[in-house]
Design a protein around this ligand. Structure first.
Ligand code: NAI
Ligand code: MG
Length: 355
C-alpha cells in the first residue's frame, strides 16, 4: 500500500536531516518489490515562511495535514524569530491540535560511538523516555503584565495543567510499553515534594494505574534525583514517564549521554489514531552548524524507523536500525560524535548497508 507522508523540514539542519530520512525511506520502498510506497508532500513552513508571510504555517495548515498517514518533521527555530513564536506557531500547534499526547524518545546507544556512560563492564544500556505531550508545563496557560504594573515591575504567570485523564493515559501508555520490553519497569518522575497540586495528582494516578500492572516493577523518583540517576545508574532504567517539561529535559540529557543530541529519535503519537502522528529528531535547528552538511542524520533516520513501526513495517524498521548501527560501528561518524564525515556520507553508507 501507499503511505502518504507530509514532510515539514522547517529550519536549519531540519531541512538537511529530513532529506536524509526521505532518501532512506525511498530506498526501502524502491526495494520492496511494490509491497509499499511513500507518497510525499512537502510543506515550506518555518521561520523563512514567517518572515515572508507573518505566519509560521498556513491558516488552514492543520486541515491540509490532517489526512496524511504521518507527518515527518525536521526542526523549527531560527535566530531571526523569537523561539516562543516559532515553536508555538508550528510544532506545538501541530502536537496539541492533533492530540499527539504521547512523545516517545528512546535513549539508544550505538556501537562505535563513545558515551560518557559506558561502564567498564560494558553493561548494555537502553531505555526510553515517555513524555506527556499535551498538557503539563507546556499547556500554554498564563499571561503577562497581570497586575497592570509598569516597566520594571511586570508580573507574569505560567501555569502547569494536570488532568486526571491526561495523567492516566500517558501512564497506561508507559506501562503497556514496559510490558513489551525485556525489563518490565516504569519509573515515574515528578517534583511533587515542591509542586504540591498537579504533581501530587500525577503521583496518585501513577499508583492507581500501577495496581493494574502487577507484573511491572515501578518506582517514583524526583526529577533532580532522576537526572543524577541517568548518569550514575542508567542500567536501572527501562521506561521513564514524565511530564512535558521534565521529560523534555531528561530526554536531551539521555541523548547527550548516548553521545550526541543528533542521535536521538522521537515519535509524537496520537495513539487513538484519530489524527496523524508526527516523527522528528529530538534536536533543534542547530544554527551553529546549519547549511554546512555537518548535521548528524541518525536522529532523523531513527525517527523514520519509528514511523515505519507506526505503519506496521516493523521488519523494515529493524533493517534501518541495523544499517545505522553497521554504519556507526564502521567508524564513519559526523563531527558531533568525534568523526569527520558529512551528512551525505552517512546516508550513503546507510543505503549501502540496506541494499
Ligand atoms: P539544538 O538542538 O538546535 O542544538 C544544540 C547543540 O546540539 C548545538 O551545538 C548543535 O550544533 C547540536 N546539534 C543539534 N542537532 C544536531 C545534529 N543533527 N547533528 C549534530 N549536532 C547537532 O538546540 P538549540 O541550540 O537550543 O536550539 C536551536 C533552535 O532550535 C532554537 O530556535 C530552538 O527553539 C529550536 N528547537 C527546536 C526543536 C524542535 O523543533 N523540535 C527542539 C529544540 C530546539
Ligand atoms: Mg527539547
Amino acid at each position: 500500500r501507499t503511505f502518504t507522508i507530509a514532510a515539514i523540514p522547517a529550519d536549519g539542519v531540519g531541512t538537511e536531516v529530513v532529506a536524509a530520512g526521505r532518501a532512506v525511506l525511498d530506498a526501502l520502498a524502491a526495494g520492496s518489490g511494490g509491497r509499499f510506497a511513500f507518497d510525499w508532500t512537502e510543506f515550506p513552513w518555518g521561520c523563512g515562511y514567517y518572515e515572508k508571510t507573518g505566519r509560521m504555517m498556513d491558516e488552514d495548515g492543520l486541515e491540509a495535514l490532517q489526512d496524511f498517514d504521518a507527518l515527518y518533521f525536521g526542526a523549527v527555530g531560527w535566530p531571526s524569530v523569537p523561539d516562543h513564536i516559532s515553536l508555538w506557531g508550528l510544532r506545538l500547534r501541530i502536537c496539541q491540535s492533533f492530540d499527539q499526547w504521547a512523545n516517545v524518545r528512546p535513549v539508544h546507544f550505538h556501537p562505535g560511538i563513545t558515551s560518557p556512560l559506558r561502564k567498564a563492564d560494558d553493561t548494555p544500556l537502553d531505555w526510553v523516555v515517555v513524555r506527556e505531550n499535551s498538557e503539563g508545563e507546556y499547556a500554554g496557560l498564563g499571561g503577562r503584565n497581570l497586575a497592570g504594573r509598569g516597566p520594571g515591575n511586570e508580573v507574569a504567570l505560567q501555569t502547569a495543567l494536570f488532568t486526571e485523564k491526561g495523567c492516566e493515559r500517558i501512564m497506561r501508555f508507559a506501562f503497556d510499553l514496559a510490558r513489551g520490553r525485556e525489563r518490565k519497569k516504569v519509573s515515574s518522575v515528578t517534583k511533587s515534594n515542591a509542586q504540591q497540586y498537579g504533581m501530587v495528582l500525577w503521583d496518585e494516578v501513577f499508583e492507581r494505574v500501577a495496581a493494574d500492572y502487577p507484573d511491572v516493577e515501578t518506582e517514583s523518583v524526583l526529577v533532580d534525583a532522576m537526572s543524577a540517576k541517568f548518569v550514575l545508574h542508567p542500567e536501572d532504567l527501562s521506561v521513564v514517564v514524565a511530564s512535558n517539561l521534565n521529560a523534555d529535559i531528561l530526554s536531551d540529557l539521555g541523548s547527550a549521554l548516548a553521545g550526541s543530541l543528533g542521535l536521538a529519535a522521537s515519535a509524537n503519537l496520537n495513539p487513538d489514531r484519530r489524527f496523524p502522528s508526527m516523527f522528528e529528531p529530538v534536536h533543534g535547528s542547530a544554527p551553529d552548524i546549519a547549511g554546512q552538511g555537518l548535521a548528524n542524520p541518525i536522529g532523523a533516520i531513527g525517527s523514520a524507523a519509528l514511523m515505519l513501526e507506526h505503519f506496521g513495517l516493523a521488519d523494515e524498521a529493524t533493517r534501518v536500525r541495523e544499517a545505522i548501527e553497521a554504519t556507526t560501528a564502521s567508524g564513519l561518524l559526523t563531527p558531533d560524535v568525534g568523526g569527520t564525515a558529512k551528512t551525505d556520507e552517512i546516508v550513503e553508507a546507510i543505503l549501502t548497508h540496506l541494499a
